[in-house]
Ligand binder design. Structure first.
Ligand SMILES: [Zn+2]
Ligand SMILES: [Zn+2]
Length: 152
């Protein structure tokens, strides 16, 4: 995300904290900044690596806890797809993902066709749909060019 957008998002987050009466701690601000600066859908550990030099004494536990707070405030999304670790996404508008099954890279995918899928009725499950996003599994360009992920 470019620096102007990052500042805009941090500004919006500041107002949100004021509205909710939540203290805007250095941890919250810098951890959000670390997620905003990356477009690779970082894991909590990657966020920790990015943020630790800016926040003296930062622990992994704090990163996990702050990420939970950011998710519950709706400023960061947790990706719900199977994978070894939870991934976080600062892009909260609807979009979809290409997921490499070899290196677990997650690439944003914009598609009007996928935005407008006609979902089946799920009322017989007693389920109420609130949102959806599609993840498409395959092999990324880099892994493909190294000949990884070939199935015989
Ligand atoms: Zn890959
Ligand atoms: Zn994304």
């Amino acid at each position: 995300m470019d620096p102007a957008r990052i500042d805009e998002c941090l500004g919006r987050f500041e107002s949100l904290c004021r509205e909710r009466g939540l203290p805007l701690t250095v941890q919250r601000r810098e951890i959000l900044r670390a997620v905003l600066e990356r477009d690779d859908h970082p894991t909590a550990d990657t966020v920790y690596e990015s943020a630790k030099d800016r926040i003296p004494g930062l622990s992994r536990t704090t990163v996990y806890r702050v990420l939970e707070t950011l998710v519950s405030l709706g400023v960061v999304r947790r990706l719900h797809h199977p994978g070894p670790n939870a991934r976080f996404d600062a892009k909260t508008s609807r979009h979809h993902h290409l997921v490499c099954r070899v290196c677990h890279r997650v690439i944003d995918l914009e598609s009007e066709d996928l935005d407008n899928l006609k979902l089946p009725s799920v009322s017989h499950h007693g389920f109420r749909i609130e949102d959806y996003s599609v993840h498409v599994v395959g092999v990324c360009g880099e892994c493909g060019s190294k000949g990884l992920g070939i199935r015989d």
